[in-house]
Design a protein around this ligand. Structure first.
Ligand SMILES: Nc1ncnc2c1ncn2[C@@H]1O[C@H](COP(=O)(O)OP(=O)(O)OP(=O)(O)O)[C@@H](O)[C@H]1O
Ligand SMILES: [Mg+2]
Length: 246
């Protein structure tokens, strides 16, 4: 089950602002960290890969197929899923229903029809499996809006896994977590990696990224300024300067 992503010469402009400039990177069977200062273009790159935004120029290739012209649902079907920097659960639905809402949603006549006759037993079983995998079983009947942020972030991952992705894009999954919650999250990401998934994780917490990621790409002002192992990147002068604002 390989999942190779190649971003080739991606440029993304918003009017006069160049958010990404000639960005080329590959993620292939690994946990790849994407780091860089605020406004570096990290989330924009996820938006381009997942089809939320079209690149101004450049190509995104997934398992040898160009995807940058495809709609989001087709990209999802090909095996790419993402979480959001700002978590977006349905706060008035239970944890179980949040996961259910995403399963088989292409067959529902309305977004909430999963709660009615479309509540298929196989989907409920699948949702429970995903909750067990993400350690959320005991919160199954809690309203998602009442969960602490650490558990909402896990719920985001459970929902993303519902589409059975081979490539998972995680946008700052550790933001706002305690050290203990972050360690649990790292263990969960390693478990996904062990299943053969490719994972790209945007992270601001350097220690977390260095500990978790096999390789790291550093973006600053829309450009790739360094890439390599955590040790290589940590000692790179351009990276140190970018973070110090030089
Ligand atoms: N839809 C948009 N329209 C206009 N400008 C945008 C849009 N999305 C992002 N930008 C701009 O593009 C640049 C890159 O933003 P992006 O959100 O990708 O950065 P980031 O690296 O994810 O930052 P952060 O670490 O703060 O999340 C910023 O200057 C941002 O204001
Ligand atoms: Mg961002």
């Amino acid at each position: 089950m390989n999942a190779r992503l190649e971003a080739k010469h991606i440029t993304k402009r918003f009017g006069g602002l160049e958010a990404l400039r000639d960005v080329t990177l590959t993620a292939d069977d690994e946990i790849l960290g994407l780091i860089g200062p605020n406004g570096a273009g990290k989330t924009t790159l996820f938006n381009v890969i997942s089809g939320f935004l079209r690149p101004t120029s450049g190509e995104v290739i997934f398992d040898g197929r160009a995807i940058h012209t495809k709609p989001t649902h087709e990209i999802t079907r090909l095996g790419i899923a993402r979480t959001f920097q700002i978590v977006k659960p349905f706060t008035d639905l239970t944890v179980l229903d949040n996961v259910l809402a995403g399963l088989g949603c292409h067959t529902y006549p309305t977004p909430r029809a999963f709660a009615e006759k479309y509540r298929a037993p196989n989907h409920v079983a699948h949702a429970r499996e995903l909750l067990a995998f993400t350690d959320l079983t005991k919160w199954e009947n809690t309203l998602a809006g009442n969960l602490p942020i650490g558990l909402q972030r896990k719920l985001e991952i459970a929902r993303a896994l519902g589409t059975n992705p081979r490539l998972l894009l995680l946008d700052e999954p550790a933001a706002g977590l305690t050290a203990g919650e972050a360690e649990e999250l790292a263990a969960l990401i390693r478990k996904l990696r062990a299943q053969g998934k490719t994972i790209i994780v945007i992270e601001h917490n350097m220690a977390f990224a260095m500990n978790l990621c096999e390789r790291i790409v550093v973006l600053a002002q829309g450009k790739v300024i360094a890439q390599g192992t955590p040790a290589q990147v940590q000692n790179d002068e351009r990276v140190i300067n970018a973070y110090l604002g030089h």
